[in-house]
Design a protein around this ligand. Structure first.
Ligand code: PRX
Length: 650
């Protein structure tokens, strides 16, 4: 890590905005000034400017009971009305909201009027199924328009969605359904991925058949994959049958600004994912503001595409809520970047004339590896702004992205934020900031970031520390579902009433921020957050495993990769060869959590390195996994153990 940062800090390339870009940009330097003068007034102005309030608010922030914040709390709004109806009423009903592209090549476009009608129908359908304000609805869908329609329909009636990424297993789905006591699941028969259909309904059936009564009374099934599904009469309903039976008129009622909007589960340092809770008014204010100013959205002319799945926070904030609140035209794509050919993404950019493109460094690195000749076969000249999210982008990838995808001209905004922050917190503003490849740069206007040492002192310029948000912000998480204590402990205990993000960071001499990765036991694999503890508990749930330790090892393609060290039970030791055991355990993790959590490597070992108090020393295992000389072992209970491990792996 220290080598990497030394290299980064020697990165001297600078890219100021062109005069033309700066002149046409939505966001100017005056925003920083306004926010500095009066931060709360700044956010109140944004909330009024960007959203429609059925009942205007008079209070901006209530921070009388930290860390439980309330924003705009005497105001009332309807999130879906803000994303749909008001654009139609403003005369933009014929503007395309979604250009949807299915993986097999089928496509469908929805204008704002059409999307509004669909969401109204779906809202009536949910109401007819007994869903009321505050009820939880689990959504387990591929990237099809119905995913967006479902989320907005839930929001429209004041209920709470919990979207579960379609790549998660039945087990993961069930634990999320149970934790939130979801009443309804919206799923599909299957979706397309890498040229074939992956089943989803089957996983829902398995999830609901697991031990113990489930809270789910209905399962709504969208027909997408055309694959065979089993049917539970009385519980399961086809989306297309039900949607035609309901009215497409629905009046959006206003809900309080702090009405819960969604729960989204994310990995923490324990085995149990945390249900991050977001509410309505503050969340929509900051997602709309950042989407407009960071991506310089000119809604009448831009075509925007964010490649994230709606199962992640990026999909919530920058596929659904931010863009639709701003009346953007966007692309939604179902499949993988390389199906059916390695240039599929670039093909889509060419087809729809995408002008703003937002993706993750891991994707960029994999395209770099495949070579520039692939994107060069397509006309990418419509692009005028590129974005990056999910993990640090190394300067080489940054330059390649700008040169090959952006024609050597487009600004790149590297955006730092988290599931918990709800919206972008650190990023350049493309018409204002001189860009530095590899740095996420500066807090957006209205956000206060500090870099502190363990004792809470500012580390100053040119040194590393912990990234902290020192003032509450509108789209901040409001808690962990059902666990206020864990919310306080995880984020607020360390620095009093400042939010501890779990990331290391450094400010360079100009004050620009460089993100250094997680400082806790959370891994970042292809921009997805995974917990070491969660994968360890999946591994030890297999009868073959006595003990397991998981680390995130540096990986050129995926940023980090999951590497597991496993002690096999003596009674099982002869059951399989090391290769077979490793394959079996990788498959077991995929089944327990989902394919994204599958270890890259499983090492079978005789011992694990532990301190005298029994804590596994992951630092040493990371040395082994990354092929380095093993570091200081003096605090180990048994100093021989690393020798035993490395001998065995030779
Ligand atoms: O470590 C940071 C990394 O991703 C974590 C948040 O993950 P998640 O909640 O899944 O949200 C990802 C998409 C917003 C952070 O704690 N991270 C995210 N963006 C960046 C980043 N690291 C460096 N640079 C970024 N731009």
């Amino acid at each position: 890590m220290s080598n990497r940062i030394d290299n980064l800090l020697h990165e001297a390339r600078r890219f100021p905005p062109t005069e033309q870009f700066a002149a046409d940009a939505i966001a100017g330097a005056d925003l920083y000034e306004a926010a500095e003068n009066d931060r709360l007034q700044f956010w109140a102005d944004r909330a009024r400017e960007l959203l429609h309030w059925h009942t205007p608010f008079t209070r901006t922030l209530d921070w009388s009971n930290p860390p439980f914040a309330k924003w705009f709390d005497d105001g009332a709004l309807n999130v879906a009305y803000n994303c749909l109806d008001r654009h139609v009423l403003a005369g933009n009903g014929d503007r395309i909201a979604l250009h949807w592209e299915g993986e097999p090549g089928d496509s469908r476009s929805y204008t704002y009027s059409e999307l509004t009608s669909e969401v109204k129908r779906a809202a009536n359908l949910l109401t007819s199924l007994g869903i009321r304000q505050g009820d939880r609805v689990a959504i387990y869908l591929p990237m099809i328009p119905e995913a967006v329609i479902s989320m907005l329909a839930v929001a429209r009636i004041g209920a709470v969605h919990s979207v579960v990424f379609g790549g998660f297993s039945a087990e993961s789905l069930r634990s999320r359904i149970d934790d939130a006591s979801a009443k309804l699941v919206i799923t599909a028969d299957g979706g397309y991925r890498k040229g074939s259909v992956f089943p989803l309904k089957q996983a829902v059936d398995a999830a609901l058949a697991a031990d113990g009564e489930s809270t789910v009374s209905h399962v709504l099934v969208v027909k997408r994959g055309g694959n065979e599904v089993e049917w539970t009469e009385g519980r399961d309903l086809w989306w297309h049958d039900e949607m035609v039976a309901v009215d497409d008129e629905h009046v959006a009622k206003a809900f309080p600004a702090e009405n819960p909007l969604f729960i989204l589960y994310t990995s923490g340092t324990t085995g149990k994912p945390k249900g991050i809770l977001h509410t309505s008014g503050g969340y929509l204010t900051q997602t709309a503001f950042t989407h407009r100013s960071v991506f310089d959205l000119h809604a009448e002319s831009d075509v925007y595409w964010c490649t994230a799945d709606v199962g992640w926070i990026t999909g919530h904030s920058y596929v659904v809520y931010g863009p639709l609140a701003n009346g953007a035209t966007q692309v939604l794509y179902e499949g993988t970047p390389d199906s059916p050919h390695p240039g599929r993404w670039w093909d889509i950019i060419q087809k729809y004339g995408v002008s703003i493109f937002y993706t993750a460094p891991t994707a960029i690195r994999s395209f770099m590896k495949a070579g520039r000749q692939i994107p060069q076969q397509f006309d990418l000249s419509s692009l005028r702004l590129l974005g990056s999210v999910g993990e640090p982008i190394n300067p080489e990838a940054w330059i390649w992205y700008r040169d090959v995808i952006g024609g050597g001209e487009t600004p790149i905004v590297d955006t730092w934020w988290q599931t918990e922050t709800g919206a972008i917190m650190v990023s350049a503003l493309p018409g204002v900031t001189t860009l530095k490849p590899g740095s996420a740069q500066v807090a957006i206007p209205g956000i206060q970031i500090e870099v502190l040492d363990d004792e809470g002192h500012d580390v100053g310029l040119d040194s590393g520390g912990l990234l902290v948000v020192s003032e509450p912000w509108p789209s901040m998480l409001r808690g962990i579902w059902g666990d206020p204590e864990r919310y306080k402990e995880t984020y607020w205990d360390k620095f009093g009433d400042k939010y501890f993000a779990g990331d290391g960071a450094r400010r360079d001499r100009d004050g620009d921020l460089w993100l250094l990765g997680r400082v806790d036991d959370v891994m970042n694999v292809s921009g997805h957050r995974l917990s070491t503890a969660e994968i360890e508990s999946a591994l030890v749930s297999h009868p073959m495993v006595a003990e397991a330790a998981v680390v995130g090892a540096e990986d050129e393609a995926t940023g980090q990769a999951v590497v597991a060290f496993v002690i096999v039970r003596a009674s099982q030791a002869d059951v399989a060869t090391a290769d077979e055991a490793s394959a079996l355990l990788r498959a077991h993790v995929a089944e327990q959590i989902g394919a994204i959590a599958k270890p890259r490597t499983v090492f079978l070992v005789a011992e694990l390195p532990k301190t005298r108090s029994g804590k596994i020393m992951r630092r040493l295992l990371r040395d082994v996994a990354e092929g380095r000389e093993v570091g200081d072992t003096t605090t180990l209970a048994d100093t021989q153990v690393m020798q035993i491990i490395t001998d065995r792996l030779k």
